[in-house]
Design a protein around this ligand. Structure first.
Ligand code: SAM
Length: 252
C-alpha cells in the first residue's frame, strides 16, 4: 500500500515512522509512506500557500493551486495504473469507524490531504477530493493528527502488521462488540483477583468468559452497537448470565 500525505507539517507526520508496531510496519516496507509539502508548489516565491477568505472573517484559507500541484506530484509517482483515492481529513466528513478504516486500508494508493487554518478552498475539494473523512465530532487544528490516526488504524488491519494477526481480529468493533477485559501478573492486587475462569487453563471456559464480558460491556457501554447485533441463543444466554452476575455483585 502506498500513502502520500500532503501536509504543511511533514515532520509531524514523519514521527509515525519512529514508534511501535506501526513504525515497524512502515520501516519494513509494508506501507510506502511519502510526505509532500504544498509549500514546494507555492504560487509566490515566499512559500505562501494561504490567503484571506473571500467575504471577510477570521483566519486564512489554504489555496487551490499548491494543493492541486501537490496531488499531481503524488499521482505522478503512481505509474503502475493502480487505483488511487484522494481523501481530505475534515470535521465535515463521514466519521471513521472500523469498517471504513478496513475499506480504506484495502486501497492500493491513498493521498491524504491535511487542512490547516480555516480549511481549504472549496474548489479543491470539489475537483480533487474523492472522499472526506472525519476522526470525530470535534475540531482539531490540522489534518495531520487525523491522517496519523487513520494511518495507524489502517496499518493495524493489514495482514502481518501486528505480531499476532489474531490480536486485530479480537479488537473492539471488529466483531461488532467491545473487547473483553484483560489482566496480567500479579494474580492479586489489593484483594482484587484475576477472574477464576482465566486461570483455569480450560480454553472453552476462557472463550465463553471473554465472550460474556464482551457482550455485557457492549450492552452497558454501547447500546448503539448492541442494537446492530443479531444475538445467537448462546450470546443471549451469556448476556443474561452477565447481567444477573452484575446484579448480584452490586447487591453484595
Ligand atoms: N473551519 C473548519 C470547520 O469548522 O469545518 C475547521 C478547520 S480546522 C481548524 C483545520 C483542519 O483541521 C481542517 O481543514 C481539517 O483538515 C483538520 N480537522 C479538524 N478537525 C478534524 C476532524 N474532526 N477530523 C479530521 N480532520 C479535522
Amino acid at each position: 500500500m502506498r500513502i502520500d500525505v500532503i501536509t504543511l507539517f511533514p515532520e509531524l507526520v514523519a514521527t509515525i515512522k519512529e514508534h511501535g508496531v506501526i513504525g515497524r510496519a512502515i520501516r519494513n516496507g509494508m506501507v510506502d509512506l511519502n510526505l509532500i509539502n504544498p509549500r514546494e508548489f507555492a504560487d509566490s516565491n515566499n512559500g505562501r500557500v494561504d490567503d484571506r477568505p473571500y467575504g471577510g472573517g477570521p483566519g486564512m484559507v489554504m489555496q487551490y493551486h499548491p494543493l492541486k500541484k501537490a496531488v499531481e506530484q503524488a499521482l505522478s509517482q503512481i505509474d503502475d495504473g493502480s487505483a488511487t483515492k484522494v481523501v481530505y481529513l475534515s470535521p465535515q466528513g463521514r466519521c471513521l469507524d472500523q469498517a471504513s478504516v478496513r475499506e480504506l486500508g484495502g486501497q492500493e494508493n491513498l493521498v491524504l490531504i491535511c487542512g490547516r487554518y480555516e480549511g481549504i478552498d472549496e474548489r479543491f475539494i470539489d475537483t480533487c477530493v474523492d472522499e472526506e473523512w472525519s476522526i470525530g465530532d470535534y475540531v482539531i487544528s490540522g489534518g495531520e493528527l487525523g491522517a496519523m490516526v487513520l494511518i495507524d488504524a489502517m496499518i493495524r488491519t493489514l495482514p502481518g502488521a501486528l505480531g499476532d494477526d489474531e490480536s486485530a481480529q479480537q479488537d473492539s468493533f471488529e466483531q461488532g462488540l467491545l473487547d473483553h477485559p484483560h489482566y496480567t501478573r500479579p494474580e492479586s492486587i489489593d484483594a482484587q483477583d484475576v477472574p477464576e475462569a482465566l486461570l483455569s487453563g480450560d480454553h472453552r471456559r476462557i472463550s465463553r468468559w471473554r465472550l460474556k464480558q464482551a457482550l455485557g460491556r457492549t450492552f452497558l457501554r454501547r447500546p448503539d452497537l448492541m442494537d446492530k447485533q443479531s444475538l445467537s441463543e448462546l450470546d443471549q444466554t451469556l448476556l443474561n448470565e452477565y447481567l444477573v452476575e452484575r446484579q448480584n455483585e452490586n447487591k453484595s
